[in-house]
Ligand binder design. Structure first.
Ligand code: TXA
Ligand code: MG
Length: 342
């Protein structure tokens, strides 16, 4: 019988001794979860096929899904790229370190296991001080998908990692709650015009401010088994255990959630602005979370709120719709995928 051992105790990511232990684990081909400014990553040596195989196994993720290589800076990124365009230079100098992932041509020595068998490689320089301390001490690129089991909610705290990956990871570096709360924006910079493959923490207006033109890749939703421009675009992804439904309006969300809760169903309600009366009138089987009217605050709280509602055992999560403006694109994308039928 397969037994999943317990999660390792959390280590303080600000502790130099913990970073040293993490380096030893990684150099031995092991896995270390660490905080970034977006979500927690499940790290392993990016150039070591054994470590890459362990990452796929720990996540339960199909091996044709490429991983992001985390580096300290442009110098580290260029070492993995066969070519580095002026566009890549412009975006990296504007947004690194930070929540932007660049897709560039793969250098010959980069393992195909990292790139999902493809000829491009995704690189990003994270800004979180613990991620940076780890990369500096290791002196090598780190492959790191989000530190959760395949298709489940991304982790924004060390406790989320422990709950999702348990004993599948040797060490978890705790760096507190992630500031952004959703994953990096993935941009293909191999052509003249940058193509957004995954909307993310770096929003489109901010990105568009430094380039003449940006395009968005169409969503490859139709068949999860077909090759994708970017596998993060799988239809169902970032999903809580509860069924998540986006209501037609705030009023409809309140009405539906209250009706279900009246019937005794444990229900979660996710709003932007809090209820005027604090929800005093609502049934007690209803758990309400107000995530804020500003997209950054909302993104910061989103996955944590969904984790909490799951932990309370709600069977359904009703969500107030978010605006269709560009600042909300990444959030709308995550909600949509979280609600997709499995
Ligand atoms: O914020 C983030 O990006 C987090 C933290 C840990 O850095 N990482 C993350 O990794 O979200 P992951 O593996 O869950 O998602 C990586 C996504 C893939 O789903 C895919 O969309 C894209 O990056 N990707 C990676 N390599 C690619 C490539 N060569 N071509 C196109 N897309 C690629
Ligand atoms: Mg992920």
């Amino acid at each position: 019988m397969m037994r999943v051992s317990e999660a390792p105790p959390l280590s303080d990511g600000a502790d130099a001794a913990a970073i040293e232990r993490a380096v030893v684990v990684l150099q031995g081909g092991g896995l270390v979860a660490f905080p970034t400014e977006t979500v927690y990553g499940l790290g392993g040596l990016a150039l070591d096929p054994r470590a890459l195989a362990s990452i796929f196994a720990a996540k339960g993720r199909p091996v044709n899904h490429p991983l992001i290589a985390h580096v300290l800076d442009v110098h580290g990124a260029r070492a993995l790229a066969a070519a580095w365009s002026p566009l890549a230079t412009r975006l990296a100098s504007a947004f690194w370190p930070g929540p932007l992932t660049l897709v560039v041509p793969r250098a010959a020595h980069v393992p195909l296991a990292l790139t999902g068998g493809g000829d491009s490689v995704a690189v990003r320089a994270p800004s979180h001080p613990v991620a940076r301390a780890l990369l500096a001490a290791l002196g090598a690129p780190l492959a790191a998908p989000s530190a959760n089991r395949y298709q489940t909610l991304s982790p924004t705290t060390a406790a989320h990692v422990a709950a999702s990956l348990g004993g599948r990871v040797a060490m978890i570096l705790d760096g507190g709650a992630c500031a952004a709360g959703i994953e990096s924006t993935v941009v293909d910079v191999r052509g003249e015009v940058p193509v957004v493959l995954r909307p993310g923490a770096l929003d489109l207006p901010t990105l568009a401010a430094v380039v003449a033109e940006v395009t968005e890749a169409p969503r490859a939703d139709v068949d999860d088994h077909a090759p994708h421009a970017s596998p993060g675009l799988d239809r169902r992804h970032y999903a809580p255990r509860a069924r998540l439904v986006i209501a037609a309006s705030r009023a409809v969300a309140l009405e539906e959630a209250a009706a279900l809760a009246e019937r005794g169903e444990p229900v979660g309600l996710v709003l932007r602005e809090p209820l005027a009366d604090g929800g005093a009138e609502l049934p007690r089987t209803l758990a309400t979370r107000a995530l804020g009217a500003d997209p950054r605050g909302y993104a910061h709280r989103l996955f944590a709120a969904l984790h909490e509602l799951d932990a309370r055992g709600v069977v359904r999560i009703i969500v107030e719709p978010v605006p269709s403006s560009a600042e909300w694109r990444a959030i709308a994308d995550r909600l949509d995928r979280a609600g997709a039928a499995g």
